[in-house]
Design a protein around this ligand. Sequence first.
Ligand SMILES: C=Cc1c2[nH]c(c1C)Cc1[nH]c(c(CCC(=O)O)c1C)Cc1[nH]c(c(C)c1CCC(=O)O)Cc1[nH]c(c(C)c1C=C)C2
Length: 476
Amino acid sequence: MPPQHIAVLGGGLTGLSSAFHLSRRFPSTQITLIERQKRLGGWVHSERVVLPGTTSSVLLEAGPRTLRPHGKSVLELIHLLNLRDEVITVPKSAAAAKARFLYVPKTYGEKIEGMQTLPSSVVSLLGSPLFPTLLWAVVGEFFGKRNRPPGVLDESVDAFLTRRFGESFARIFGSALVHGIYAADSRQLSARAAFPSLWEAEERGGGSVIRGFLGKKAPVEDDYELGNMLDVMKDVSVYSFRDGIQTLTNALEGYLVARDNVRILRETNVSLLEKTGDTCKFSSSHVVSALPLTALQSIISISIPHLTANLMSTVDVVNLVFRAPPSEIHPEGFGYLIPRPPTGYAGSRILGVVFDSCSLHEQDKPNVKDYYHKSEYTKMTVMLGGPYGRGEWTVPGLLDEMEVHLGRRPPRPVYWQHHEGRIPTPTAGHLTRMKEMKEVVGGSGNILIIGSGVSGVSVVDCVLAGRFICDYLKLL
Ligand SMILES: C=Cc1c2[nH]c(c1C)Cc1[nH]c(c(CCC(=O)O)c1C)Cc1[nH]c(c(C)c1CCC(=O)O)Cc1[nH]c(c(C)c1C=C)C2
């Protein structure tokens, strides 16, 4: 029998995706989506800003800004919600796809320093100053013996990469990669939860990650409704929407508002979640929590383990708009990441800078073809904080630092805005803890706990989590 009434807690992307998939798969079930704020969408927040004194506009993102084409859960939403014409794509041949940079401050005392282009092909690797470090890491890993100690079920990303690729690779490349995805310290992040494909490749490759990737992977069957989205995404590196990622959450919201079996309660705080009891204002047969785990902890009356085990990373996201073409400000490419300092997280708090105009210039008006040389405006995002902790910053201070990184001073921005984002940091042992949590919850009632604190922080993971619960509920 389909569930009678499902309450979905949290109107961020995971909650919206849950309500969407539930309302389609269980049309006779009443769905109530409950969100604390007036606005739905959570960290997904796109804003079109008309630049002061002009008719020109730029589209700025507070959270995620690009999506990868292999994430079928999102491609399915684009197809089902008819968003195909809103999609803008960055081809694999574009500079934004090929040129990614690493900035190693001189003060780090590394052999490699300054702005380095990360090789995107074997040819570009050969001429790169990163060649010796990368070559030894890769060759050593490929020929290296299996070295995962028996019984080890998880470890930090830093420990994993050090074990397989060497200390210097883990410190420079590994820490920078983790900054760019989790805004976290790679010495705290769980390798198995954050990069399951690396962990599994090591197993498939008899101890070598590279051998594992070169070997055959078992095909996975799926039942996504994709229309022609796979053709649309052929040769695409990343994509977004003309009006930003919020196009997706707006479309989900529009769909839910129009459904007879969905009710949305905004500006509504859930103060207590009990299996039965007088304090419930309404009852539901099932609850899907897409809340941050700590928020869930504060409203439940039953004891669920590990809800407070994750660390949270707070990132300051500073969007800057300059009145000059990108060619006068930065090299053409995706942007740059900065590794962790050798002596601990102190000093400059910048984790990386994104050259948004290079991948997302089509969002801006007027849309200029040779945007790199001819666009009147450049948009960039500075990401700071995370493992550095909270701290003061000023726009002139950021410009001073970017001047050192880029070797030229950016002009004074004509517009800037700041947002804060929070990303869970699953620490080593996360998957075991989540399994234990699900075992307890599974036995205590129809509560499902999903979201970025449980199973992945990307847009694709959040949408997928909402899709998965339908399969789970069907089995009940
Ligand atoms: C806004 C800050 C964010 C930081 N990480 C994330 C956000 C939203 C989440 C995230 N970023 C990336 C991934 C991997 C996705 C994938 O490859 O499928 C995730 C889950 C990669 C990424 N990192 C940056 C960008 C522009 C992207 C592409 C995806 C996206 O738009 O978020 C740059 C970047 N993000 C952060 C930092 C510190 C940083 C530095 C340049 C934190």
